[in-house]
Design a protein around this ligand. Structure first.
Ligand code: FAD
Length: 384
């Protein structure tokens, strides 16, 4: 959204984030610990339930409101990665769940009593080729028995529920590769230690990501979301929201870098003048602003299509690619503008630099977006 959209939400999020300055995020980053206090405050202020309809206790706003929240968190120097999925993972239940599932879960997700912010898709051997996942749920009486492994499942240790994509029919026996996958809602509180093991992965950013091992985990059949075998479609639906929201986080990161770089360029004096007087310093920052502004318009456009219930897969992909590249370019300029101080922890620039790099890889890597555009939009041949 343009900087002016949802001004009240933006103002309120800015105020909230002022209570969580660089020192807060730096300390967490150093120890790779979860932003518990920030997430609690954001939940209590109602910002994580903006997408949940009012009848289930949320504020029933559109995706653009959620983009405003996440953009402001990231612009402030914070990071929404600890909880952004609490906003949109429930979309799978809202859109495809039964009445009983919606009534049981959505009000508690809206209040924050239940955290549904783990989304288990990626597997070590399948990679981006999701149809090759092999985590399998075998129906035995009134339960599914799950065996397999997932990787890069973020916030699993900080989630009460997880949306899990499994195979219920082997790929070779399914009519099409994308058939035969199902979505299960896993209650993590019961699962851990009873067939589910979570192993944290230390990464270059503080993202609470993990590896999951399933060893005869039992999941009641009533936790199947929608129809058996149609899970891949349900997951794809949710991915558009995720890509648009993460693009908004990149816009926020980009604005953080541009704010910091332009302020430093005005302030820092070398050779008797502000470094920002030199066009070699000034123009890259100006270019970043131009690129980021264009990317922000694409994020707006994709969010507007999503809100209108229109197809938006291509636009969500393009928004994510443009925004993640623009934020990364701004991050690089910001480091360069700060000279040696760009590498000093206390400036927060090096931390944000590491954080924003993720978004060219996850939740979908740039090459896969280019492949989508090349084949689906431009009709060129597919390489896989
Ligand atoms: C910190 C972090 C958090 C994550 N959180 C989650 C989560 O919560 N839940 C979840 O399910 N997943 C999560 N992921 C996984 C993430 O979505 C994947 O890492 C991402 O989609 C890329 O998949 P991959 O790592 O398997 O890469 P691969 O599929 O192995 O690809 C590796 C590289 O090769 C390129 N490539 C592959 N095939 C082609 C091709 N045909 N043509 C051109 N290039 C190709 C890719 O673009 C990529 O650059 C997370 C990842 C990270 C790092």
């Amino acid at each position: 959204m343009s900087e002016q959209s949802h001004p009240e939400i933006r103002e309120a999020v800015r105020k909230l984030c002022a209570g969580f300055p660089g020192e807060y995020w730096r300390a967490l980053d150093r120890d790779r610990t979860y932003p518990t206090e920030f997430v609690r405050t954001l939940t209590e202020a109602g910002f994580l339930s903006v997408l949940i309809p009012e009848e289930y206790g949320g504020s029933g706003l559109g995706l653009s409101a959620a983009t405003a929240v996440l953009e402001e968190i990231h612009r402030s120097g914070g990071n929404g990665g600890g909880c952004h999925a609490q906003m949109y993972t429930m979309g799978t239940v809202l859109k495809h769940g039964s009445k009983a599932q919606k009534e049981a879960y959505l009000p508690k997700i809206a209040s924050g009593e239940l955290r549904l912010q783990a989304f288990g898709v990626t597997e070590p051997t399948a990679g981006t080729d999701t149809t090759r996942i092999s985590t399998f749920a075998k129906r035995v009486g009134d339960k599914y028995v799950v065996n397999g492994q997932k990787i890069w499942i973020s916030r699993a240790e900080h989630s009460d529920l997880m949306v899990l994509l499994v195979r219920t029919t082997p790929r070779e026996e399914a009519a099409r590769p994308a058939d035969g996958m199902s979505v299960l809602l896993v209650d993590m509180r019961q699962a851990v230690g009873n067939g589910l093991t979570i192993r944290p992965i230390r990464t270059m950013l503080n993202h609470a990501t993990t590896e999951l091992f399933f060893d005869n985990l039992e999941v009641p059949v009533e936790n199947l979301v929608g129809e058996e075998g149609k899970g891949f479609r349900y997951i794809l639906d949710g991915m558009n929201a995720e890509r648009i929201l993460i693009a908004a986080e990149c816009i926020g990161d980009g604005r953080f870098f541009i704010d910091r770089a332009s302020a430093y360029a005005k302030d820092r004096s070398v050779f008797g003048r502000a470094i920002g007087e030199n066009q070699g310093v000034q123009f890259p920052i100006a270019r970043n602003h131009v690129q980021l502004s264009a990317a922000a318009l694409m994020v707006d456009h994709a969010a507007a299509l999503f809100e209108a219930g229109q197809p938006c897969g291509t636009e969500a992909n393009m928004a994510k690619m443009l925004a993640s590249e623009a934020s990364w370019a701004a991050a690089d300029t910001c480091i360069q503008t700060h000279g040696g101080f760009g590498f000093a922890e206390e400036y927060d620039v090096e931390r944000k630099f590491r954080e924003t790099r993720l978004y060219q890889v996850a939740p979908i890597s740039t090459n896969l977006i280019l492949s989508h555009v090349g084949t689906h939009v431009l009709g060129m041949p597919k390489s896989f």
